[in-house]
Design a binder for this molecule. Structure first.
Ligand code: PMP
Length: 456
């Protein structure tokens, strides 16, 4: 019987068949099939086992790492199986699912700022190094400089690819977080398959692709894709192996990940969207048939609330890009797309409460069967009903919305200028936005603040 650690690696390879790929054949190595759901299980096990072999990690020891999430999950999985304490420092932009997953595996998670660069004491790698320095028996994994990280890919990922492709691969498209995958696969293939080129897939804002293209270090920007892109060149990252680099905007990465699921049925994370987008650009640019491989680095299950959440995409400005300076621009959850949060007049207060809590809102428009707004209900209305009901607060959860809602509501047209929201917000109202006589969605003060944040 295999242990869960024996299931790391030997991941499947599948061919892209429905997305347009020019004259090429394109294959995806599903690293999402590893036990913790990502490519990082391989180096996690290798780095822990190398530390054990070098007597840097002993029973009762602590594994410390700065990680975007997946390395942490791999370390927590392997470290936990082997009886080590695992302490992870993650930048605060990381998906909540990854943090919850790491904690549930038994790891301790410390959050660090993602708005400061390397060398700042609050930068996640500097925080991790400092914690490891003052913790007895701790080993700082330091995936960015740990040779066991690329070695794991040279030992397993790369030979698997070559074998699964029957020894015939023209290009492998890879992203860089630590550079372990790129350096490991690149070094192995340079020896074992000299014709194979390494293509870098990088988010716009990262310094890596511009460095490959120009030889100069640009100022780093920011990006929303997780796990790849850097503001420095990691020591183990051998960019000399790269023959071509593509910078992919976040919106293209997210849209491509969604295409991958819709058209190919493969649930990948945001970095997989970047890699696939670069692979597709590369394939479509070829004038003769090539055999190209890229990676699904992790599972999209970790990003359901981001990549696969229309409200998040709208909030981040990846959809509805047209701006007219009108109230309609502010609305992220649209009734016409099924993503507005509302209640019906006959719904019980129990439903109001459940919906407020799951959507994290304090006011809900009440919409009838014809799509017309008939009222508004907020936390104070619900609480007042519970406190004054003669049958008792708990029974009052069965009351219908229509008995409790406020019916004197003000609406605003989607076509009105944004400035007309301000008087509504002064009165502490949310704005109920109408498209003609149909309810479009609501606009809150936070939505307006977010609108200004996304202003070009
Ligand atoms: N994709 C995801 C989702 C990742 O978490 C990582 C690792 N940070 C990578 C790609 C890149 O891997 P590497 O560290 O080997 O460069």
């Amino acid at each position: 019987m295999a242990s869960i650690l024996d299931l790391i690696g030997e991941t499947p390879l599948v061919e892209v068949t429905r997305i347009e790929r020019g004259p090429c054949r394109l294959f995806l190595k599903l690293e999402s099939a590893n036990p913790s759901g990502s490519i990082k299980d391989r180096p996690a096990r290798a780095m822990i086992e190398a530390a054990e072999a070098e007597h840097k990690l002993a029973p009762g020891g602590t594994i410390v790492e700065a990680t975007a999430g997946n390395t942490g999950l791999g370390l927590a999985l392997v470290g936990g199986r082997k009886g080590y304490r695992t302490l992870l420092v993650v930048p605060d932009k990381m998906a909540r699912e990854k943090v919850l997953h790491a904690r549930a595996l038994g790891a301790e998670v410390v959050t660090a700022r993602s708005d400061v660069g390397k060398g700042h004491p609050d930068y996640y790698q500097d925080v991790a190094e400092a914690i490891a320095g003052r913790t007895p028996g701790a080993f700082y994994i330091n995936q960015f400089a740990n040779p066991a990280n690329p070695q794991s890919h040279a030992d397993s990922t790369a030979p698997e690819i070559l074998r699964q492709m029957d020894g015939d691969v023209d290009a492998v498209v890879i992203g860089v977080g630590s550079g372990g995958t790129l350096t490991g696969i690149g070094r192995f293939l340079r020896q074992a398959s000299p014709k194979t080129t390494i293509v870098l897939a990088d988010p716009v804002g990262s310094v890596l692709a511009p460095f490959v293209q120009t030889g100069k270090m640009p100022q780093a920007g920011s990006w929303a894709v997780e796990g790849i892109g850097e503001d420095f060149i990691p020591p183990i990252c051998d960019l000399g192996l790269v023959s071509q680099a593509y910078s992919i905007p976040d919106a293209e990465s997210f849209a491509t990940a969604r295409d991958l699921l819709r058209l190919e049925g493969v649930l990948g994370g945001s970095s997989s969207g970047t890699l696939l987008a670069a692979a597709l650009r590369h394939c479509r640019a070829q004038s003769s048939p090539k055999r190209v491989v890229t990676l699904v680095c992790d599972s999209g299950a970790k990003y359901l609330s981001k990549v696969y959440n229309p409200t998040y995409l709208a909030q981040e400005g990846f959809t509805h890009p047209d701006r007219h300076g009108t109230v309609g621009d502010i609305v992220v959850g649209r009734a016409s797309e099924g993503s507005a949060v509302t209640v019906r007049p006959d719904d019980p207060l129990r439903t109001v409460f459940a919906r407020m809590r799951s959507a994290d809102v304090s006011q809900l428009p009440v919409i009838d069967a014809n799509g017309h707004v008939v009222g508004l209900i907020d936390e104070s209305d619900v609480l007042a009903a519970l406190l004054t009901d003669e049958a008792g607060a708990n029974r009052a959860f069965a009351l219908p919305v229509k008995d409790v809602m406020v019916t004197r509501i003000e609406t605003i047209s989607a076509a009105a200028p944004v400035a007309e929201l301000v008087p509504l917000f002064r009165k502490d109202y949310i704005a109920i936005v109408m498209d003609g006589d149909q309810f479009l969605g609501v606009a809150t003060r936070l939505d307006l603040i977010n609108y200004f944040r996304l202003m070009p």
